[in-house]
Design a protein around this ligand. Structure first.
Ligand SMILES: [Zn+2]
Length: 293
């Protein structure tokens, strides 16, 4: 039996594993969180509400009450340097039931305010309270965003087909985190219809570590997954950009040639062979012959 095997995504450098984190609300606990990540070389995306910068309060939500202080506008750039900032709505409004114009305004304004601060385009979003329905997704699309994160856990390592409904692997408090970590780091082949490359996506809020008194647990997790040559540590936006470049590859009818029209190199390989190729920006390459298995 013959398979067309040479058209699957691998991460930059031909790596098979990618780790990304997504943390919401821009609270002062992010400072301690970032110290852990920066020491370990792990990248994250932070989803912020520009209309709430500097607002001070507390949060309980059924758990221990802890400070919920939003980082001030003039501290955003230095705090999050080296990581990605994405939008999370201007005022962290739950948009269920809102009309489409108000929804779009809430999303678009947050994107616009962040862009003024960062002086570059913002491409990502996380649904506040996880609220996403047809109207909200359409508003996200109309706001020119390229990806948006839900609060759904897949317990898998798949690359999303629709980046505007990007489900995470799990929340950091998920009881399956230890076993998912082992599965992620294992070199056993990952069986996915879309790609043998794994994407481990963990999300949460840094204030939850204060509420649950489990900074330790998170530090151990980062210790275990960081500093590895076989893992690409990336922000959400870097992943979306890379997968977009992969999906823009142009294959010949018989999969014997491929062109990369993008401005970044893309690595591809097959499920059943070990050869991984890099297709440079603007390059056309001949692919290895198809394998009989
Ligand atoms: Zn939030």
């Amino acid at each position: 039996m013959s398979y067309m095997v040479n058209d699957r995504l691998f991460w930059p450098g031909g790596k098979k594993k990618c780790l990304t984190l997504s943390y919401d609300d821009g609270v002062t606990q992010d400072i301690r969180f970032l110290e852990i990540l920066n020491k370990a070389g792990v990248k994250a995306t932070f989803n912020l509400n520009p209309g709430l910068f500097g607002v001070e309060g507390t949060v309980a939500a059924g758990k221990k009450e802890v400070p919920h202080i939003k980082i001030a506008a003039d501290k955003i750039l230095e705090t999050y340097r080296g990581h990605e900032i994405a939008a999370h709505g201007q005022l962290h409004t739950s948009m269920f039931g809102m009309d489409p114009a108000r929804c779009t305004y809430e999303i678009l304004k947050s994107r616009n305010e962040l862009e003024k601060l960062l002086k570059k385009p913002v491409t990502g979003f996380a649904y506040a309270f996880g609220a996403c329905d047809e109207t909200i997704v359409a508003a996200t699309k109309a706001s020119g965003l390229r990806y948006a994160r839900t609060v759904v856990s897949t317990h898998r390592f798949d690359i999303p087909q629709n980046f505007l409904l990007w489900d995470a692997t799990c929340h950091h408090n998920d009881e399956k985190l230890p076993e998912l970590t082992e599965e992620f780091l294992s070199d056993d082949p990952y069986f996915s219809f879309y790609s043998p490359a794994k994407l481990f996506y963990v999300w949460g809020h840094a204030y939850e570590f204060d509420q649950d008194d489990n900074w330790d647990m998170f530090e151990k997790f980062i210790d275990k997954v960081s500093g590895r040559d076989d893992v690409w540590y990336a922000t959400n936006g870097e992943i979306e950009e890379y997968v977009r470049a992969y999906r823009n590859l142009i294959f010949s009818v018989e999969s014997d040639y491929v062109t990369n029209p993008s401005s970044i190199p893309v690595w591809i390989g097959g499920v059943f062979n070990s050869e991984i190729l890099c297709i440079g920006p603007g390059e056309t390459k001949e692919l290895p012959p198809k394998q009989n298995v």
